[in-house]
Design a binder for this molecule. Structure first.
Ligand SMILES: [Fe+2]
Length: 610
């Protein structure tokens, strides 16, 4: 038995992944255990969990891999500092202690994390190799073009090439400081959101605006070539020399200084979001077309943080010549842990690749699982009132009734998801037909910005009825955006609301998941991957004829997605969630004797706003 541990750490979203004899056994992000969102510390908890899942001790591991090459990264930092000295000195000083204490001594740090018991080889793959490996090796394709796009790794900010059988070959790269990820992050920063976490919000904001700055961006900020490569005009940016992303010249071009975080959003931010989204889509489509021409392949694999831009992904699928797309669900740096482990097994050790259908990612359900005994032991200690069902049909029917009655459900089943999206294992569910549900969930359950849309779960066999997708199209990882089908939209959309109130307009028969441009971030649900969630949706469909539900991550704003029964129970008790379902146990809020002890403000104050 050959065990390979992959680690990603010290940037953001630290994670560990374990493969045994080439099969993915476990993968988890450190934040789920430490409850610190995007935790970048060495992932001791995630490693411990992965080893436990496979019943392996550190000394039984054959290889340990790290997802990038710290020395190359350090070289970039030094060179960038020297090129921009002395103005970059402050950010240089800020970064130094972590480098000198930890990043440059990785084998020592990793060894410490494995209790000093692992004394075989450490392997460091390149950052974009790790992303590429995470995109291709678990995919269902024998051969595919590969594209990775992110902020920056060591030097590369994008790379492409192809994968065939058990090997990947990266042929081209774009290098720092020219980066589509950093360009998007610069606008994220300028619009008052947090870099490396607010990009998703910016994408959600885009449909409220019009892309009126698109040409301004293309004419001033970058020189875009027909093959999708580009050079940024660095006088508009400051990320090389400082801790800010944009320069005064950037502000001048877009009519004044950046928006302060948490201040009201104005039409300018909406238009900026729409504009940078349009530019990003144009760049990504150009690269995809060029890559198709170069490789002549039918399939495309994607990874890197930019691959979480599901609006862009939807356009690649609909408008590029590629026929099929597979995207690593942990597309950001967490997925690099899985990538390096697979890279060692296939690329370096030459082991054959077994192609599985629908893929080898196991629905990305790769994290911790808790038994009914663990759950009831915990609940009993809290004096919680619950009902334990012995029959699955009865359970899903009961919960389906509650959802149809517009109750908001915390739903925890099976193994936790690997990657940033909740895919029905640690989710909050609600009735997509409800006119109020969107506002209730944003403001009273998640405590997040009211402009943010919710995503639908849809039974896969009815996907084309509700969304403009093919019958056989899969989106099990919520990485594609598709328009709501014309027949499901309301002929008379009042369209009265302006600005952020637009989300209140009733646009379709499933208004809670229809964004202001009639789009939706679709997750398809099938019996093979989704077990009890599928049964629940079938029960809901039988009662309502609606195969669609709202799915949002089980957390509040700034909180990592819940992992354990304790995390789920605390979040349930502190928020206005009505029902909590953990495996076979169902809790109703109204039955809980201690509900008033759980203060929402105390709960929210533990988490930094994201
Ligand atoms: Fe990355």
């Amino acid at each position: 038995m050959a065990g390979i541990l992959g680690i990603s750490a010290f940037y953001h979203d630290s994670a560990a992944a374990l493969i045994v004899d080439g099969k993915i056994v476990a993968a988890a992000q450190e934040e789920r255990f430490t409850r610190k969102k995007h935790d970048h510390e060495f992932p001791v908890n995630a490693i411990q969990y992965c080893l436990q899942e496979a019943n392996l001790r550190p000394e039984e591991l054959d290889y340990v891999g790290f997802y990038d090459k710290p020395l190359l990264k350090f070289e970039r930092l030094l060179e960038t500092y020297l090129a921009f000295a002395p103005v970059g000195f402050r950010s240089f000083l800020k970064a130094m202690p972590l480098w000198l204490n930890q990043k440059l001594h990785l084998p020592r740090e990793i060894s410490k994390g494995l209790d000093g018991k692992y004394n075989k080889r450490y392997i460091f793959s390149e950052h974009h190799e790790s992303h590429a490996a995470s995109a291709f090796f678990p995919s269902p394709f024998e051969e595919a073009a590969i594209l990775t796009l992110d902020g920056v790794g060591e030097w590369a900010t994008a790379s492409y090439g192809y994968g065939r059988d058990n090997k990947i070959t990266l042929t081209h790269e774009l290098r720092f400081p020219h980066s589509i990820g950093l360009l998007y992050s610069a606008f994220t920063y300028f619009c008052g959101f947090k870099v490396n976490s607010g990009e998703y919000k910016l994408m959600g904001l885009a449909p409220y605006g019009t892309p009126k700055y698109k040409d301004t961006i293309l004419d001033n900020l970058l020189d875009l070539k027909p093959d999708g490569s580009f050079r940024l005009d660095l006088s508009y940016f400051k990320y090389c020399q400082g801790l800010r992303m944009t320069s005064p010249k950037f502000a001048q071009l877009f009519g004044g200084p950046e928006r302060q975080p948490e201040s009201p959003l104005t039409q300018r931010e909406m238009d900026l979001a729409a504009s940078i989204q349009a530019v990003t889509e144009e760049i990504v489509l150009k690269i995809a077309r060029h890559l198709h021409q170069q490789t002549g392949m039918k399939n495309l694999c994607l990874a890197g943080g930019v691959a979480l831009n599901c609006v862009g992904n939807g356009r690649i699928l609909r408008e590029s010549p590629f026929e099929k797309l597979w995207i690593q669900p942990a597309a950001g740096d967490a997925g690099g842990a899985l990538g390096v482990a697979l890279f060692i097994w296939h690329q370096l050790l030459g082991n054959a690749r077994e192609i599985s259908s629908p893929d080898s990612q196991l629905g990305s359900q790769l994290g911790p699982h808790y038994t009914n005994t663990q759950i009831t032991t915990y609940l009993d200690r809290q004096n919680a009132k619950y009902r334990q069902f012995s029959d699955e049909d009865e359970l899903v029917n009961h919960v389906a009734d509650l959802i149809a009655g517009e109750k908001v459900i915390g739903w925890m089943q099976g193994r936790a998801e690997f990657g940033p999206r909740a895919l029905g294992c640690r989710s909050i569910l609600g009735d997509a037909r409800s006119r109020e549900m969107q506002a209730v969930m944003n403001l009273k359950i998640k405590f997040r910005e009211s402009f943010r849309p919710f995503a639908p779960l849809v039974l896969r066999d009815r996907v084309s009825e509700f969304f403009e997708m093919r019958d056989d199209e899969d989106s099990p990882y919520m990485l594609l955006v598709a328009p709501v089908a014309a027949e499901k939209r309301l002929a008379q959309n009042n369209n009265a609301a302006r600005g952020l109130d637009k989300l209140k307009d009733i646009r379709s028969v499933v208004p809670a998941i229809t964004h202001v441009d009639n789009s939706a971030r679709v997750q398809t649900v099938d019996p093979e991957r989704h077990g009890r969630l599928y049964q629940l949706m079938k029960a809901f469909e039988a009662k309502t004829d609606c195969p669609v539900m709202i799915n949002t991550s089980f957390n509040v704003r700034g909180e990592p997605i819940v992992c354990s029964p304790a995390d789920a129970y605390r979040c349930f008790m502190a928020t206005n969630m009505d029902v909590l379902v953990m495996e076979d146990c169902v809790l109703l809020k109204e039955d809980q004797p201690t509900a008033e002890k759980h203060k929402v403000d105390d709960y929210l104050s533990q988490f930094q706003l994201d």
